[in-house]
Design a protein around this ligand. Structure first.
Ligand code: PA5
Length: 449
């Protein structure tokens, strides 16, 4: 049995979901698990992530580590260009596993192409002017607008600074193994490349080179990350809520959804979890929000947000359930010092560690929210290690895939993201969209936009 470093506790939900009710959901767990394993459900062409931790060759990890070592040697800044699933996994891992402040990290990994903003890119290029720079452009399709235009600017900047040949040796493209615009450009320009397996979609790609290469450059053990995910394969399988931790979490989410709790808040008590939450939000939202159904995924960072949205969580609309994501062990332990004047009346905390105080903030919040009518579960995460994070990543991927099948949607497509793109392309004058552009312009005029 794998060393389990995460656990999901649903005992606190007994007054809302009886043990019998949860047991009755075993059938749904079994059906969803079978559809995944037998590849008989919707989106079966995109299940490459399911066995990835077990099938990733050691030689693949060695090749990623070798290129990362070369970049660490050569550059002190890596700019990763990507959006959505081509950005959030690496960002989540680096934020969770690295020191809190970017300035303390070497080499520094920066992200771009996840928004459309001149100031951001101009400021980034200003910042790296004095540094030796490498670029990792990440896009499975190779045609996504945000990273595409960011890469144009950054590529031009690199070529001007280093000359075309040297610039090309500093650019690594992570993209589809055979097709697409970025693959072709990489061939034409001679960029080093990493493949994104064809059967792995963006939001399930953190354990492919999409996530692994930037993470390796940041000095994190990708072998540990993948080993953690492989651990999770053993406790996230099976046909019952007892055997299958991911199945239990997926079942709880679906039972609560059917009872009218349509929003899930993933709440953490450690700032290093912020981007794990962002990654989860995309994974859950893009996988489940379709066919006019889906649990709305939201995240909160406590105790920060207890001083903002805490009021809403305590007394707002009761359509929310909460999953507390709790870290068991921080890397440092600071204690509160004693002051004789005690002007702030905090001497009663003197000698207590921040962790003890945070633990009690968590317990107090959990009980208050339960009393306020928010069904709550607890996801415990042992520590800030790559192995533990690997378990967490895989657990969430498997749980959301199962949960999507329970919701009767295809968790592996995202047809809805095309709607805004179609409009944006037409408004920007893309060839072939004149008719739509005319219609949109009329609406825009009518609305005074
Ligand atoms: O999960 C997904 O598929 C999306 O979020 C994509 O990752 C995102 O749109 C970026 O796509 P691409 O890697 O093709 O640039």
């Amino acid at each position: 049995m794998a060393n389990t470093r995460i656990s999901y506790n649903s005992n606190l939900l007994h007054n809302i979901i009886s043990p019998e009710e949860l047991q009755q959901f075993n059938d749904a767990v079994a059906v969803a698990e079978t559809a995944l394993v037998k590849r008989s459900g919707p989106g079966a062409d995109f299940l490459g992530w399911l066995n990835l931790p077990a099938t990733t060759e050691k030689s693949t990890l060695v090749a990623i580590d070798a290129k990362a070592a070369e970049i660490r040697e050569k550059a002190d800044a890596l700019i990763c260009i990507g959006i959505g699933g081509s950005y959030l996994g690496a960002k989540a891992a680096i934020e969770f596993l690295s020191p809190s402040f970017e300035a303390l990290r070497k080499p520094r990994v920066f992200f771009a192409g996840h928004s459309i903003n001149s100031d951001y890119i101009a400021d980034l290029l200003d910042l790296v002017t004095e540094r030796s720079v490498a670029v990792n452009v990440i896009s499975k399709s190779g045609t996504t607008t945000e990273p595409g235009i960011a890469f144009r600017v950054i590529r031009q900047w690199m070529e001007k600074r280093y000359g075309s040949k040297e610039a090309a040796s500093r650019i690594i493209a992570t993209t589809d193994p055979c097709k697409g615009a970025l693959r072709q450009l990489a061939i034409d320009e001679g960029y080093a490349t990493f493949p994104i397996p064809e059967d792995v979609g963006g939001r399930f790609s953190v354990l492919t080179p999409v996530g692994l290469f930037p993470v390796a450059v940041a000095g994190i053990s990708i072998s540990d990350l993948v080993a953690g995910a492989a651990d999770a394969m053993s406790f996230c399988k099976g046909h019952t809520v007892e055997d299958n931790m991911a199945g239990r979490y997926a079942a709880i989410r679906n039972i609560l959804f059917r009872k009218g709790y349509t929003t899930e808040v993933l709440a953490n008590f450690q700032p290093q979890f912020h981007f794990v939450g962002e990654w989860w939000k995309q994974l859950a939202g893009e996988s489940e929000g379709k066919n006019n159904t889906g649990i709305f995924p939201a995240t909160l960072d406590y105790t920060t947000d207890l001083h903002s949205l805490g009021q809403w969580m305590q007394e707002g609309v009761r359509n929310v359930f909460e999953t507390f994501m709790v870290l068991r062990k921080t890397r440092h332990t600071l204690a509160v010092p004693e002051f004789t004047d005690d002007s702030d009346n905090l001497n009663y905390l003197a000698g207590s560690s921040f962790e003890t105080i945070n633990e009690n903030a968590y317990r107090g919040t959990l009980l208050a929210h339960i009393d306020g009518g928010v069904p709550s579960g607890v996801l415990s995460v042992d520590d800030r290690s790559a192995r533990t994070l690997g378990q967490l990543f895989y657990f969430f991927e498997k749980a959301i895939a199962l949960s999507g099948y329970m919701l009767r949607v295809n968790p592996f497509d995202q047809p809805g993201v095309e709607a805004y793109k179609k409009n944006m392309f037409a408004l920007l004058g893309k060839k072939g969209s004149a008719e739509l552009a005319a219609k949109l312009s009329l609406r825009i005029g009518g609305l005074g936009l």
